[in-house]
Ligand binder design. Structure first.
Ligand code: HEM
Length: 501
């Protein structure tokens, strides 16, 4: 009996000692930034500052904005990604050093992390790190030169005309209500699959086609999917533990899409200078494994369709809310159409006001609201007695800067003229970065701007967007998302101009 009691006592003592040691360790770890003299945002003992993302399910953009605002007055603030001490950089000059000038110290991404599990999710141009990143970026950059964009522009125009016909059929004389987020996501899918892969998806007319079905699996707002994406981007330490796949259940769909497109291209021997041609070249010239080729197919599709679709739909949603801005944009589009007969590639460079509408929409709703990097070698911060240690995750909260009244007065106001020729010089560099910055800036930026501009010009010269009973303003975002997902879609009434008085 005595022996039994003493065993229980020993076990209890052991347990208490273990708990105390763990708590002491956690508290020590959470004092990291205090010990290094860096201001920090008070963390949760277990989840660091990411309890907001994982438990409270604050949308990632808002999370970045909260951290940014709480760090007011400091060039950077310490936070914890779970137990990993990380930095949120606030000062535009320091951001420039990290993203551009001293890129060599910060060339890799934190998201995706290291590890061999899920090569399709981890080894694509977006997630992968050096030396693979540089090889891939060099191969894919030529797809996005002015000449190549001019080549695919004809395809963009055909898709845009197809969308206009679709609207006309559905609108009738009196107009009809459309949910824009879904419609422009489908339209972007068509643009990307046709321009990048040479595949006609028919996604505008057929919402149930395989490619849309798979795209929807990537961006649905079920908790499991939202958590998977948050883990991938914000807490990649958990990818291997929970065996998270970025492409989730669509992985095999992308494998088939990749190899079918490559086989088809090899068979017909046609060169289009698109993603598929690049994939062929990479496969033949480099020693990349099969899934690394699939990974590129996946990312050009995944990084492009939701970002562009969401932006276009938010733009039209804003136009419905601000009729005078819509009218001014329409006058510009009409004048260009009259001058050139149609929206040619060159003519779109004259759509300055429409471009500023897109820029202002991206300021308020940047589809990727937080940038991240990881420090790859110890970095002495200029003008500070502080060294960022190798392995430290770095975050830049774009949304926080876009909503900072110091940089954008009356930040909640939708004011496209902030980006007018007269006023855009007032925007401080590195405070507006919806496409990121430096060598890892969005590779599809010009492609995206071109296709969104064309969509808006086509829309404005054929239809008027109006508020309707289903229009929600301001928009409520789905909780727990990385991107900007409107909770109830973006609904507006679309009326043919021929019916407008
Ligand atoms: C409105 C549309 C879009 C927005 C706002 C957007 C935004 C971004 C942002 C913020 C990044 C990270 C940049 C950084 O870390 O500095 C990025 C990277 C990337 N984007 Fe986009 N994007 C858009 C459209 C597209 C399109 C259409 C494509 C492809 C056709 C694309 C492909 C990529 C790729 C591959 C990367 C990774 C680049 C690298 O790490 O080298 N994006 N994008």
């Amino acid at each position: 009996m005595l022996f039994g009691l003493s065993l229980y006592f020993d076990l209890l003592l052991g347990l208490v000692t273990l708990i105390i040691s763990v708590v002491l360790y956690l508290r020590y770890n959470m004092s990291y930034w205090e010990r290094h003299g860096i201001p920090y945002i008070k963390p949760n003992l277990l989840l660091g500052n990411f309890d907001e993302l994982l438990i409270k399910r604050v949308p990632t953009g808002l999370f970045g904005q909260n951290m940014y605002e709480r760090g007011a007055g400091h060039p950077m603030v310490g936070i914890w990604a779970l137990q990993t001490p990380s930095l949120l950089i606030r000062d535009p000059d320091l951001i420039k050093n990290i993203l551009v000038k001293d890129f060599n110290y910060f060339c890799d991404r934190y998201s995706g992390g290291d590890g061999d599990f899920d090569p399709v999710g981890r080894k694509n141009l977006f997630m992968t790190n050096n030396p693979h990143w540089k090889t891939l970026r060099t191969h894919f950059s030529p797809i996005f030169t002015g000449n190549k964009l001019r080549n695919v522009y004809q395809i963009m125009m055909e898709i845009s005309d197809g969308l206009t016909d679709y609207y006309k059929e559905k609108c009738g004389q009196d107009g009809a209500t459309f949910e824009l987020k879904d419609l422009y996501t489908r339209s972007s899918i068509e643009v990307i699959s046709s321009c990048m892969f040479g595949i006609k998806a028919n996604s505008i007319r057929d919402p149930d086609c395989t490619i849309v079905e798979n795209a929807n699996k990537l961006i649905n707002n079920q908790i499991k999917r939202l958590l998977e994406i948050t883990i991938y981007f914000m807490v990649p330490q958990l990818i291997d533990i929970f065996r998270v796949q970025l492409a989730g259940s669509t992985t095999n769909f992308f494998r088939n899409l990749c190899w079918d497109s490559i086989k088809q291209r090899e068979k017909n021997g046609i060169k289009r200078g698109d993603v598929v041609d690049c994939l062929l070249k990479i496969r033949n010239e480099s020693k990349f494994e099969d899934d690394m080729i699939v990974a590129q197919t996946f990312i050009f599709f995944a990084a492009g369709f939701e970002t562009s679709g969401t932006t276009t739909s938010f733009c039209i949603h804003y136009l419905a809310a601000y009729p005078e801005i819509q009218e001014r944009a329409r006058e510009e589009a009409m004048a260009i159409k009259e001058k050139y007969g149609s929206f040619t590639y060159e003519s779109l460079s004259e759509a300055k006001y429409i471009e500023s509408i897109i820029q202002e929409t991206l300021r308020l709703y940047p589809p990727m609201p937080i940038l991240n990097r990881i420090c790859v070698k110890d970095y002495k911060v200029p003008d500070m007695d502080f060294v960022i240690k190798k392995g430290t995750p770095i975050f830049v909260g774009i949304m926080g800067m876009h909503k900072d009244p110091e940089y954008f007065p009356e930040p909640e106001k939708f004011d496209p003229d902030r980006f007018s020729d007269e006023r855009k010089a007032d925007i401080k560099p590195q405070t507006y970065m919806p496409f990121g910055e430096g060598p890892r800036i969005c590779i599809g930026m010009r492609f995206a701007m071109l296709s969104i501009k064309l969509s808006l010009c086509s829309f404005l010269t054929n239809f008027r967007a109006e508020r309707c009973a289903e229009t929600q303003f301001p928009v409520k975002l789905v909780l727990g998302t990385l991107t900007m997902m409107p909770e109830n879609g973006l609904n507006v009434k679309v009326v043919p101009l021929t019916s407008c008085k």
